[in-house]
Design a protein around this ligand. Structure first.
Ligand SMILES: Cc1ncc(COP(=O)(O)O)c(C=O)c1O
Length: 363
């Protein structure tokens, strides 16, 4: 009889959503709008798409990708002013979370994270035999003082999701500095900055400067959000050469595929696409704020491309009713729902559907 280890059996598998075409078939609808996964509604950079076409036409699919990510690391190095040996590429930034846990955790080690944050930290910590110690959010924001307090002799790593998914809140430079001052140097601090490009706050932390002063610091970035390339799965980590070297020992040689590297390289150089995407996001944030204000719904100011809002009743049925109307949101817990900032016509649809759904459920 196959024995699944207890720590693996304890994991709740991530529930993938159905393919859109299947959902539309089941609902008997067309034109379903998905505002559930914090994707860039603008789409990918046209330059990235052109680079993909060129790469396909070059007929290289029969060759393995560049396992060292030579050109992409070179471009990232120029972008951030950090030597190439301080970068590691991942099959999405999720894979780098996996490298971190598989490289640095031993069974029984602890990882500290917020109690309402990106679910993957818990999943991968548990899979690696570690224990996630969660610290409640304070005002829907990481409580970095309490997180520093939670660090004990078995703590190997602390995850700071900044801005936080799903709340969209952020921690300032001063808050992060205060936490770092209290942490032992050998604890790895991971700043997950998947949404950093969208941030408008002027006191957002300069984590690269922190990395320069503190080698056990990791910064995670991705091409899945503002760069609009989640389908290709590519992200990167920036850290000290020592940590990169350690993680390279568990990394498979060809983990970042060739098409992803080509597209990422082109996307990184397309500042216009990023600027336009941020503009669309800012306009969408204003539209959503007006909608929530008009419905007297509570919502949090966001630094990302999604908004966490309170529907004043169980969010489960609200999610379900919106789904029946062809609008996919994400119910987080209790009264709280997360919506990705969409394009104007997508948000107009939300403005049509949500008031009706709330009226129906209140009656
Ligand atoms: C906070 C956070 N980190 C990382 C990711 C995953 O990014 P990737 O697609 O690069 O694996 C997400 C995606 O939703 C996220 O919200």
């Amino acid at each position: 009889m196959l024995q699944i280890p207890d720590h693996i059996a304890s994991i709740t598998p991530y529930q993938p959503g159905k393919p859109m075409a299947e959902l539309e078939r089941e609902l008997g609808l067309t034109g379903v709008i998905k505002l559930a996964s914090n994707e860039n509604p603008v789409g990918p950079s046209p330059k990235a798409v052109a680079a993909l076409r060129r790469a396909l036409d070059a007929g290289q699919l029969n060759r393995y990708p560049d396992g060292g990510g030579y050109y992409l690391k070179q471009a990232l190095s120029a972008r951030w002013g950090l030597p190439e040996n301080q970068f590691i590429l991942g099959n999405g930034s999720n894979e780098i979370i996996e490298f971190l846990c598989r490289t640095f955790l031993q069974p029984g080690d602890e990882v500290v994270a917020a109690d309402l944050t990106f679910v993957v930290y818990k999943l991968i910590t548990t899979a690696a035999g570690g224990t996630l110690k969660t610290v409640p959010l304070k005002n829907h924001t990481h409580d970095l003082d309490a997180m520093a307090e939670a660090v004990g002799p078995r703590t190997k790593m602390v995850f700071v999701c900044n801005p936080n998914n799903p709340t969209g809140t952020y921690n300032s430079e001063a808050q992060v500095q205060r936490m770092l001052a209290r942490l032992p140097d050998d604890v790895i601090v991971v700043f997950d900055e998947a949404y950093a490009e969208y941030v408008q706050a002027t006191d957002y932390p300069d984590t690269l400067a922190m990395l320069a002063a503190r080698p056990n610091t990791v910064i995670l970035r991705t091409f899945s959000k503002v760069y609009g390339l989640p389908a290709l799965r590519i992200g990167y980590g920036m850290t000290s050469p020592e940590l990169v070297d350690a993680m390279n020992r568990v990394r498979q040689p060809f983990n970042a595929n060739d098409l992803a590297q080509e597209a990422a390289l082109a996307a990184l150089a397309d500042d216009d696409h990023v600027t336009h995407s941020i503009q669309v996001n800012e306009e969408g944030k204003r539209t959503l704020a007006e909608l929530f204000d008009s419905l007297s719904l509570n919502y949090l100011p966001t630094q990302a491309n999604f908004i966490y809002f309170n529907v004043g009743m169980d969010g489960g049925p609200v999610f379900q009713e919106c789904l029946k109307q062809g609008l996919i949101l994400r119910h987080i817990h209790g009264d709280w729902i997360r919506v990705t900032v969409g394009l104007p016509h997508e948000l107009a649809r939300l403005a049509q559907v949500l008031p009706d759904v709330l009226r129906l459920l209140r009656s």
